[in-house]
Design a protein around this ligand. Structure first.
Ligand code: ZN
Length: 353
């Protein structure tokens, strides 16, 4: 999650009017209704969800958020070490890069990342790992998480275990569940792109680069499921971790919102909290993580987020503070959603463009 209100944020210049408008929205801020439609919920996810577990998440996260990763600042040695760990893992579970690429890396040039908010950053790599689908393989599900963080300050490592080590390892575990399915003869119908982006903390650069230089046509990219900060409990929930904030799902696709609700009701039973999906939310989280670069292109996007806490962007964001059972439960939900979207007969549509 970036601190920066990125320069393409269309609300940036409209704060005052939004503030006034928000007064009239407060009365409408009720839970969003679930209708009784069904999309043919695919129950086969049950077989593979078991491969997502807290021990694996913990093992990965203690490495991704180790002091040796030096806070994973974009273009620096720590980020490169994290990159190499991620790629080694994909190789070990048999997931290759997209066929059209020579490697897992999409290099994001330094010059591209220079904007009025950014310091000069070295070139850095997005990581792309890919499972080709079967009868609907030209349609792509993107599962994204940024793996950069803010680096070191005054000799202190900012480990970024929650931000966004948690999302990074969630994607690794979701990939493992898909890989197991493939090995057991159950390839997804649509293709799945596991996208680890850089430059997020400096202004969502890696995802913007991908969206402007897509490896697969955006017209066939049916969704971005973005995972950024999902291993902690925020200051609102304090001790009760059975929740997740859902942002953006219904902004472009009523089906995406609906399917996420149905999957949750049937399997996951998390409290889906829409507080930050409110268009009048002053935090503007909708514009502050990587899904926005897909949404901006009209691609239905859903952002999962645990909210902020005292260690947000502080040196105390460490792996021992992650709640691994909760991280596992949330990650299983993200997998079920991805599985459903990859396998249901009809692709979801952006009906609210
Ligand atoms: Zn952040």
């Amino acid at each position: 999650m970036t601190l920066i209100f990125t320069d393409f944020n269309p609300l940036y210049m409209k704060k005052l009017s939004i503030l006034l408008l928000s007064l009239s929205f407060i009365a409408c801020k009720t839970a969003q209704k679930t209708q009784n439609t069904t999309f043919g919920i695919d129950e086969t996810s049950v077989t593979y969800t078991q491969y997502i577990n807290e021990n694996d998440l913990k093992k990965h996260l203690y490495i991704i958020a180790a002091d040796s990763m030096q806070g994973r600042n974009t273009g620096e040695i720590g980020q490169q070490k994290a990159r190499d760990y991620i790629v080694t893992y994909y190789k070990s579970i048999g997931i290759a890069p997209p066929k059209t690429m020579q490697s897992y890396f999409q290099q994001v040039p330094s010059a591209f990342m220079k904007s009025r908010f950014s310091p000069k950053l070295n070139d850095a790599d997005n990581i792309l790992a890919f499972i080709e689908g079967t009868d609907k393989k030209d349609e792509i599900i993107v599962i994204s998480a940024h793996y950069d963080h803010v680096g070191m300050k005054n000799g202190e490592v900012y480990n970024g275990a929650d931000d966004n080590g948690s999302g990074t390892v969630a994607v690794l575990e979701i990939a493992e569940a898909f890989a197991k399915a493939v090995k057991m003869g159950h390839k997804p119908r649509r293709s799945v792109l596991f996208l680890h982006v850089i430059g997020e903390e400096h202004g969502l650069h890696g995802s913007r680069y991908y969206a402007e230089n897509p490896v697969f046509p955006l017209a066939n990219t049916i969704v971005d499921i973005n995972i950024d900060m999902v291993g902690r409990i925020d200051d609102v929930y304090k001790t009760e971790g059975n929740y997740i904030y859902v942002i953006g799902a219904d902004r472009l696709s009523s089906e995406l919102h609906q399917i996420n609700e149905e999957i949750n009701t049937k399997f996951s039973n998390l409290k889906l909290d829409y507080t930050y999906n409110d268009v009048s939310d002053p935090n503007e989280y909708y514009y502050r993580s990587d899904h926005y670069n897909f949404a901006k292109k009209g691609i239905p996007s859903i952002f999962f987020f645990n909210g902020v806490h005292a260690d947000y962007h502080q040196e105390g964001d460490e792996p021992q503070k992650i709640l691994y059972p909760i991280l596992a439960k949330r990650t299983q939900h993200f997998f079920r959603l991805a599985w459903q979207l990859a396998n249901q007969e009809k692709r979801i549509v952006a009906d609210k463009k």
